[in-house]
Design a protein around this ligand. Structure first.
Ligand code: S3P
Length: 164
């Protein structure tokens, strides 16, 4: 992989991932999209049919497959939140870029997203708590941290491009 984007839901992983891949002239892969294609169902469907544990198992398998390829990988917000995935992300030679955003920004971006089963079930306080709990995992595997609150996707992409 040329770069791996991690961060909470709504931090901009997919948008920035696409722009970065275009800039680098490499393929872009979205881990969630790979899961949807592999499972033949949407993420909310998968969660309600099989539960989060099975989702995480599939996510892990697909992460392993994707790391062998080149390009830019946008992960899911929960991808680094298991020891096995965290270790993989710490060990990879690919730069791991953490996109950060405040809870307010996250809420503005994802709102009451039907595509995100975890957001659907949560109050604002619970969302902020989940974000806080996940922070150490993200920080443990990130090589670069970028706050996306007051920057356009283009500015953020340029910042990553310069770093790479
Ligand atoms: C999740 C984030 C989602 C998706 C799933 C679970 C999470 O990805 O993988 O709904 O646990 O934070 P995005 O970060 O792309 O929304």
């Amino acid at each position: 992989m040329d770069a791996i984007l991690i961060g909470f839901m709504g931090s901009g992983k997919t948008t920035i991932g696409r722009m970065l891949a275009k800039t680098l002239l490499v393929p872009h892969t979205d881990l969630d999209q790979e899961i949807v294609e592999n499972a033949g169902q949407t993420i909310p469907e998968f969660f309600s049919n099989y539960g989060e544990k099975k989702f995480r198992e599939l996510e892990h398998q697909i992460l392993l497959n994707q790391l062998k390829k080149n390009g830019v990988l946008s992960t899911g917000g929960g991808t680094p939140i298991s020891m096995q995935n965290l270790e993989i992300l710490q060990a990879t030679k690919a730069p791991v870029i953490l996109l950060e955003a405040s809870t307010n920004t996250i809420l503005e971006r994802v709102g009451k997203s039907k595509e995100r089963p975890l957001v659907n079930q949560m109050s604002v306080e619970q969302l902020a708590e989940l974000q806080f709990k996940r922070m150490p995992f993200y920080q443990k595997c990130a090589n670069l941290r970028i706050n996306t609150d007051n920057h356009s996707p283009l500015e953020i992409t340029e910042q990553i491009y310069k770093y790479l």
